[in-house]
Each structure stands twice: as structure tokens, then as C-alpha cells.
Write a new protein. Structure first.
Length: 356
């Protein structure tokens, strides 16, 4: 079968908080899909996941917008794909029209709920197909923008379940791990409140919060106010190998967000056999089978978050059973291999239809 040629249009590449994009591109290359990456901006951060270099993605990336047309003429892509419905999708639409090929885009969270483009429906209609990461997102797109459900394909981002797998002993005392950007909607302050409750209940634990962002200073202040300096570590941004190491030591994953699309961090935890406690928002209930692979709690309730964590930490056998089930669910539903299979199948259909 002739290899696909796909040009990705991204706002910033690589971006440490968008591991899913680098993973997807690396797996595409491993499968023999030829890719070029058109990045509208250079990354502001120096830290990057080592898989970017390992997969040779740096060498496939163009940053000068003036070079985009030249790159596309030389590469002759069969299709363009963008992540997020905002600036990258607008550019992909423009470039695809110029060279006469279809484009698709994946909608995630902020581009649907916080900063959705005013012409979302028009962009969706122009696209060969719209991809989104959860059924909850699909329902929102249909209701908010009037896009026909048949035009939307739910393809969750995936995790490399061969790399992210259980390995080694869990940390003692039990370790709670949260991997998230430190931004308001992630509600990391709620996790600190839950940790303070756990400590008041006499629960033995440590907590690591892996990620960075604009809320860091206020979270450090809250940690000090709650007297959690010895129990809670604000790790900062981390490369993928370091994130994997944290998951392999964790007894529980946690994500207390007010809003989510489909959080990849919880997929990584599940693949490592770590049960999760998370708020039942967005696509999270599609990821966590309540009482089977973890526990769902209502948003904004620190007490219920703490109670679910106490239940996991206080019963290692329960945590082990839920962890095994979480690993199985990740393999069956949220693997990177499955994600790329679905994307490639969709793109081949669009390319074949365009050639008729």
C-alpha cells in the first residue's frame, strides 16, 4: 500500500504539555506515514520530550510561514491535519484550499468550551472530517455548533501501552500523583485541600504534582498555608521519561478538573496500572469506569475527592484490582496503536474519495 503523505499544521511544536501530538507523529512515522510539520510558532520553552529527537520530528518541522508553500509543493501531501480548531485549523484550511487537498482537524477542549472560533461550524463544514477526543465533545459540537454527528469522528488520543506499563514497586508511603498544567480549570488547589483533609484524618501519603503553569505561585502559597510543604511536592514540568517514572511509583492518580476533553495523563496512569480518582467532567467518565478502574467524584468537592483517595490508599488490594482493570481498559480502548489505526483509516477514505 502506498504510504500516506500528511502535512500537520500546529500552533506550536513541540510543546511539553502536548505530548499526545508528538506521540501521534512519532507513531505515524513508525508506521511509514510520511509527515511534514508546519508550526506557526517556535516553542518558548527549552524542555522537550526526547521522543521528538528520537523520531526525527525536528528534521520534519518548518517554522517560517513563508516557506510553507514551498514545503507543500515539494512534499505534495495528500491531506493536511491540524490539532485544535483555532489558529492551526484556520491555516490548514487556507493551505489545503491553495493546493487542492482535503484537511481534517482534531478538537480537544479549550477550542470547544473556552475559545471556540466564532466560525467553528463553517470550519467543520469545510473540513473533510472533524475529529474529537470524546463522545462528550461530539455531543457538545452537535449541540453548540450544529455540526452533523455523522461528520464527527471520536478518536481519543492514545498512550504507548508498551512503554507505559507497570514496572517495579510502588512508593512508600503511598504516593498520589497528579500530572497537569497549573492552570485554573485543572483546580489543583482543590487537590491541596483534599491533601489537607487526608492529613487531618491521619492518612499516610505523599503527593507529587507534575506540571507547570501560571498558577504555580498561588499553589505554592496555598501549600504553605495548609502546612503541606513536607507532604506535597510541586515537581514542575517534566519530560516523558520522568512522568513515566512517577506513574510507576504511584498508588493513585488524581485529576480534580472543572473541565476536560479526554485527559491523556489519566490514560498514562491507567496504562501503568494506576487507578485514578477524578472529577466526572467532559470525557473523564468515558475513561474511568467508576468503581472498576478508579473513582469519579463531583467537581469542586474536596471532601469527596479526599474520601475516594482514602479508600484507595487504605486498601492496597482494592487499588491493585482497580489498577489491573485500568491497565486492561487502556490497552483495549486508549492505545496509541488504536488511535493511529483510526486516523489512518479515516484519512485513506478521504484521500480515496478525493481521487475518484
Amino acid at each position: 500500500m502506498t504510504p500516506l503523505r500528511v502535512a500537520y499544521v500546529l500552533r506550536v511544536f513541540p510543546k511539553i504539555s502536548e505530548t499526545f501530538v508528538a506521540n501521534e507523529l512519532a507513531e505515524m512515522r513508525r508506521r511509514g506515514v510520511e509527515v511534514r510539520i508546519l508550526s506557526l510558532r517556535r516553542p518558548a520553552e527549552d524542555l522537550r520530550h526526547e521522543l521528538v529527537a528520537r523520531a526525527g520530528l525536528d528534521e520534519q518541522t518548518v517554522y517560517d510561514l513563508r516557506e510553507f508553500p514551498v514545503t507543500l509543493r515539494e512534499f505534495r501531501p495528500q491531506l493536511l491535519h491540524a490539532h485544535f480548531a483555532t489558529a492551526a485549523t484556520a491555516k490548514a484550511r487556507e493551505l489545503a484550499a491553495e493546493i487542492g487537498v482535503p484537511f481534517t482537524f482534531t478538537a480537544h477542549r479549550y477550542d470547544l468550551y473556552d475559545k471556540a472560533p466564532s466560525d467553528f461550524a463553517d470550519r467543520a463544514a469545510a473540513a473533510g472530517a472533524v475529529v474529537t477526543v470524546s463522545q462528550a465533545n461530539l455531543q457538545h459540537i452537535v449541540k453548540a455548533f450544529g455540526v452533523p454527528a455523522a461528520h464527527i469522528h471520536v478518536i481519543p488520543c492514545g498512550v504507548d501501552t508498551e512503554r507505559f506499563r507497570p514496572d517495579g514497586d510502588r512508593a512508600k508511603p503511598p504516593l498520589i500523583v497528579c500530572v497537569a498544567r497549573l492552570v485554573p480549570f485543572k483546580r489543583i488547589g482543590l487537590l491541596l485541600e483534599a491533601c489537607a483533609i487526608l492529613r487531618a484524618w491521619g492518612v499516610e501519603f505523599r503527593c507529587a504534582i507534575v506540571g507547570d503553569g501560571p498558577c504555580r505561585d498561588e499553589l505554592e502559597t496555598a501549600r504553605a498555608r495548609l502546612g503541606l510543604a513536607q507532604a506535597v511536592e510541586l515537581v514542575g514540568a517534566a519530560e516523558q521519561a520522568e512522568v513515566l517514572a512517577w506513574w510507576r511509583k504511584a498508588a493513585a492518580a488524581v485529576l480534580p478538573s472543572d473541565s476536560e476533553g479526554m485527559p491523556v495523563s489519566l490514560m498514562e496512569a491507567a496504562a501503568c496500572g494506576v487507578p485514578a480518582v477524578a472529577t466526572a467532567v467532559g470525557g473523564v467518565p468515558e475513561l474511568i469506569d467508576d468503581g472498576v478502574t478508579g473513582f469519579l467524584t463531583p467537581p469542586g468537592d474536596a471532601g469527596k475527592l479526599a474520601a475516594a483517595l482514602e479508600r484507595l490508599l487504605g486498601d492496597p488490594d482494592l487499588g491493585a484490582r482497580l489498577g489491573v482493570a485500568a491497565r486492561q481498559r487502556a490497552q483495549e480502548h486508549f492505545s496509541l496503536a488504536r488511535q493511529v489505526d483510526c486516523l489512518v483509516a479515516l484519512w485513506r477514505t478521504l484521500v480515496d474519495e478525493g481521487g475518484r
